[in-house]
Design a protein around this ligand. Structure first.
Ligand code: HEM
Length: 427
């Protein structure tokens, strides 16, 4: 065979292909061989350099000049000419937002737009999150079995995202679900030739929908939400908050504020239920919920990998990387690096440095919404552990939308005996 006599590690690098269940299920396990033996390697199938250890990834996040985020939302491979021409018909022009903007434009924009993310502003949203979670759980608490993804974890973070952004919640949920998945496949996935025309149509429609929402908001700029705040800031800083930015952001943020949190919550609940002692601990002692959420974000977070591009010739852990090279930072592998986290595969809700995980990125672009995401996860897990402490995972096979970045199961089925619901005894 052509590979005969080759080093097995080189063979693994040559074969590396993350668009499969094994990567989605456990990305850190998927690249364990690299983290241990070849922490920076070139993947010819992706045309990306893959980086797997904690310190190297953190150092890359720390330097947005040498490592530009410009490719964060870029399709992974070349889009087919057909898909490109479909997108063109819709006037699709996704460009820079915050997450993929270079310095110094990025910091200027982040500064002008960050106020609604401050803790004082976030506190206002807490009762709304609790109400949404409570209503969703009321809807299934007597059923004994539910797909949490369908009845709670997809919708609640979506509603919270709409409320935070100020988007009227009159959209059809099924259409929005389709939009989100198509955007994820377009930006982080590898659509099959059959899929790619469909994905392009849906992404094009999502782009137009985002433009319409934006136009509507521009007519009521004094209303609520971060997007209207951005529209008001545009009047004062027109060169910093451009029209292209507003339109691109409108589309990207609906997904970023939503899928990240839905999947993080699903991954966390699954992990907790797979560790019944930890689940029992948080059911007994709600003060453990906040550190448990952080450990879930480290151990089984909703971001598999994130991307950067080298702007000059650089060396990463002794490996020469040419200017222009694209980098795949496997953040979930960094989160399982024994150099940073002792006994890293052990799930320990009392771990003292778990907050150093890289699931929210690090440095200039670190997630602006991290405290919204954390609050949602804490409330979801808090309410479930209080009202359904006896729930357990049902037998199931987890399914995924194959992509580099957003990871979590499409469904998460749990079961319990409704006769044992604590609130029945309270009555
Ligand atoms: C950026 C993850 C929730 C808004 C990011 C980045 C990651 C991330 C990995 C890029 C960081 C970097 O390049 O260093 C997550 C996770 C979430 C979550 C895991 C949930 C558990 C949210 C929510 C919002 C949000 C709820 C908004 C309401 C943003 C924004 C940026 C960002 C605006 C761009 C920041 C910048 O480039 O300056 N997030 N996110 N995220 N996230 Fe989140």
């Amino acid at each position: 065979t052509p590979d005969a006599g080759r080093c097995p590690v080189d063979h693994k690098a040559a074969q590396f292909d993350p668009f499969q269940d094994a990567y989605m299920e456990n990305p850190s396990e998927f690249v364990r061989w690299a983290r241990e033996q070849k922490p920076v390697f070139y993947s010819p199938k992706l045309d990306y350099w893959v980086v797997t250890r904690y310190q190297a990834i953190k150092d890359i996040f720390r330097d947005p000049i040498a490592f530009s985020p410009s490719n964060v939302l870029e399709p992974v491979g070349q889009p087919s000419p057909e898909a490109a021409s479909i997108l063109k018909q819709y006037g699709y022009a996704m460009n820079r937002t915050l997450v993929n903007e270079d310095e110094p434009a990025h910091m200027a924009r982040r500064r002008v737009l960050m106020e609604p993310f401050t803790p004082e502003h976030l506190r206002k949203h807490e009762p709304m999150v609790r109400r949404l979670v409570t209503e969703a759980i009321d809807g299934f608490i007597d059923d004994g079995r539910v797909d949490l993804m369908e009845k709670l974890l997809w919708d609640v973070p979506f509603s919270v995202a709409l409320e935070f952004l100020g988007i009227e919640d009159d959209s059809d949920r099924a259409t929005m679900h389709k939009f989100s998945i198509a955007h994820t496949i377009n930006a982080f996935g590898r659509p099959t030739p059959e899929e790619s025309a469909n994905v392009a149509h849906t992404v094009g429609q999502f782009w137009q929908f985002s433009g319409e929402v934006l136009e509507k908001m521009k007519r009521t700029p004094d209303g609520p939400g971060w997007m209207r705040y951005s529209i008001r800031q545009q009047k004062e800083f027109p060169d910093v908050v451009t029209d292209s930015y507003l339109h691109s952001m409108m589309m990207a943020i609906i997904v970023a504020a939503h899928e990240s949190t839905s999947f993080a919550s699903a991954n966390a609940i699954r992990l907790l239920l797979e560790h019944p002692e930890s689940w029992a601990d948080i059911c007994k002692n709600p003060l453990l919920i906040s550190p448990a959420v952080e450990e879930c974000l480290r151990h089984n977070g909703s971001i598999g990998s994130w991307r950067r591009r080298a702007t000059r010739d650089v060396e990463i852990e002794g490996v020469a990387i040419p200017a222009g090279a694209r980098l795949l930072l496997v953040v979930s592998s960094a989160n399982h690096d024994p150099r940073q986290f002792g006994d890293p595969d052990f799930f320990d809700i009392r771990r003292d440095n778990t907050v150093e995980h890289l699931t929210f990125g690090f440095g200039a672009h670190q997630c602006l919404g991290k405290n919204i995401g954390r609050m949602e996860m804490q409330i979801i897990i808090g309410e479930l552990s209080r009202r359904l402490p006896h729930m357990r995972l049902a037998e199931q096979t987890y399914k995924y939308v194959h992509n580099l970045a957003f990871r979590g199961p499409r469904n998460l089925v749990v079961e319990w005996d409704p006769a044992q619901n604590p609130e029945r005894n309270d009555a």
